[in-house]
Design a protein around this ligand. Structure first.
Ligand SMILES: [Mn+2]
Length: 366
């Protein structure tokens, strides 16, 4: 199989999974298409090999991905409940535990404790930078557009025949959603080559999958979009756009909570905007999502607020944060991130325009 991109760390994860009879998997809170797609693809491949597999997530699938979970064998994907005896038994009897699409305990939510306290080897399959050090065997590829790309290499490296319709659907969902339908910067020729192989092996039609995921907005969700568009403001010569959503906006429009997902792309879609941030005001604090276009890394910006993520897509949560103040702090901290890359300034690669812009920002912040 010429497409497989193998590596010693991936081979090590594969060997440990193949040696196991019982595997329990998890991912980050509020699992997205890549989280669920990666889990389900690996789970279905392991099931086909005769293993016992349980997926235990801190949160249920978003409404747009309910169909994917419903297509799985009964009980394969479960929402973790502390005190659920069957789930505790599954973890206690597991030979290995596998964490997908996240690399930090606190992002696992309620599954962190059972996974870390089980005394079992914990494997990691992920594409985020800076994994925590407690995983026993880790395969981390920050150049993968989606964790599902790594799952593809894991599975095809066992046997390409394992990519049946179920596995292919899960892989397609993971890769398609994490690349923003194959448009984000991390998308590579290899991403498309993998997807071509997955579509062919699974005999899949992409269109119904896109309809299921993207064309299911409720009337309330559409009303929320309208209201949220009205909050868009630009800063720093139009390079940064911000928008926000409050609990009142969600209640008044009748939108579902997960319909806040993807709103930020409208702010990023403004001509001239290179980075965008959306602020979600929830009772426990302010959740921030950062997105950027091209060579404008914003994970350092998210780090400043206790978060992190990818160069073009990151997030942070300001606990007990107040919406207005948090927005001001984030906007004030933006200049080094929304101008040219700071290293470019050191190496003299910044254009005269960039330098003038930076000077202007510094003035406006003083
Ligand atoms: Mn991912």
């Amino acid at each position: 199989m010429p497409l497989v991109h193998d590596s010693p760390d991936l081979a090590a994860v594969r060997e440990r999974l193949l040696a196991a009879d019982r595997v329990v998997m998890t991912t980050h809170t509020r699992p997205d298409g890549d989280a669920l797609g990666t889990e389900i693809a690996v789970a279905r491949a392991l099931l086909a090999l005769g293993k016992t597999v349980t997926v235990l997530n801190a949160d249920p699938a978003p409404r747009t991905l309910d169909w994917l979970v419903e297509e799985q064998p009964e009980g394969l994907v479960q929402t973790y409940e502390s005190g659920n005896l069957a789930q505790a038994t599954a973890v206690a009897e597991a030979d290995v535990l596998l964490v997908c699409d996240t690399n930090a305990g606190h992002r696992m939510g309620d599954t962190e404790a059972p996974f870390r306290q089980a005394g079992k080897p914990v494997l990691l399959l992920d594409h985020h930078p800076d994994p925590e050090g407690w995983f026993d065997t880790a395969c981390v590829r920050t150049d993968a557009a989606a964790a599902a790309e790594i799952a593809y290499d894991l599975i095809v490296g066992i046997d390409p025949e394992l990519v049946d319709r179920a596995v292919a659907t899960a892989l397609y969902v993971g890769i398609m959603t994490d690349t923003g339908s194959f448009r984000y910067g991390a998308t590579t020729p290899r991403t498309h080559a993998i997807v071509a192989d997955v579509l062919e092996r699974g005999d899949l039609r992409p269109e119904p999958i896109h309809v299921a995921i993207f064309d299911g907005r409720s009337r309330g969700g559409l009303a929320l979009l309208g209201t949220a568009l009205g909050t868009i403001q630009t800063h720093y010569g139009g390079r940064l756009a911000t928008m926000f959503v409050t609990g009142d906006m969600i209640r008044q429009t009748g939108a579902l909570f997960d319909e806040t997902e993807g709103l930020i792309n409208y702010a990023l879609g403004l001509d001239g905007v290179v980075a965008a941030a959306i602020f979600l005001d929830i009772p426990s604090g302010v959740k921030i999502s950062f997105r950027s276009k091209g060579d404008v890394p914003i994970n350092g910006w998210a780090n400043q607020f206790g978060g992190g993520g990818h160069a073009n897509a990151s997030g942070a949560f300001v606990k007990n944060g107040q919406l207005k103040r948090t927005m001001k702090e984030v906007v004030d901290a933006a200049p080094p991130h929304v101008t040219a890359h700071p290293e470019a300034a050191e190496s003299g690669e910044m254009s005269a325009d960039d330098l003038a812009l930076l000077a202007q920002f510094k003035g406006s912040l003083g």
